[in-house]
Design a protein around this ligand. Structure first.
Ligand code: 4NP
Length: 156
């Protein structure tokens, strides 16, 4: 039963949306074996609901979303089979909080099909408008779709 954790900075914009997209895609693909969660490397928004713009984009795409922000903890490395950082800064903060570099830590955009060279960031949309949220929705949906396809291919 693979457990997947999505991690951003505040755990109110990108990672709760990634978690909601992941659950929705598992359901529509008929994949029952997965569970998911999300967390933030910062503590600013602990206990809060997702940002209203994240909720809007989820609603517009008929994706249920229900999460309260929490902080990433070192124990998450043992708890989860895959940890996806949204950007390079989250990736480095996860290593710093954990005290080592977990083997199962990835940048989500490793699964971006247009990727050339180093994986790109899922850009932080917090200080921008709704367009930034529509953009991250597309980026994350594609990467998650590719990840699930690669998982199914490995199973044979
Ligand atoms: P997130 O976005 O990391 O995608 O949840 C942010 C949310 C809050 C802040 C920064 C980024 N903040 O500075 O409070």
């Amino acid at each position: 039963m693979p457990k997947v954790l999505f991690v951003c900075l505040g755990n109110i914009c990108r990672s709760p949306l990634a978690e909601a997209i992941f659950d929705h895609q598992c359901q529509s693909k008929g994949l029952t074996g997965y569970s998911s969660d999300s967390a933030g490397t910062g503590a600013y928004h602990i206990g809060q609901q997702p940002d209203h713009r994240t909720i809007k984009v989820a609603n517009d795409n008929h994706i249920p979303i229900d999460h309260r922000a929490r902080k990433f903890e070192p124990e998450d490395c043992d708890e989860f089979d895959f940890i996806f950082a949204m950007d390079q800064s989250n990736f480095e903060d996860i290593i710093s909080i954990s005290g080592y570099r977990p083997k199962h830590l990835h940048l989500l955009r490793e699964f971006d099909s247009n990727q050339k060279g180093s994986p790109a960031d899922v850009p932080d949309p917090y200080y921008g408008g709704i367009d930034g949220f529509t953009n991250i929705y597309k980026i994350m949906s594609e990467a998650i779709d590719n990840f699930l396809t690669s998982q199914q291919a490995q199973k044979g």
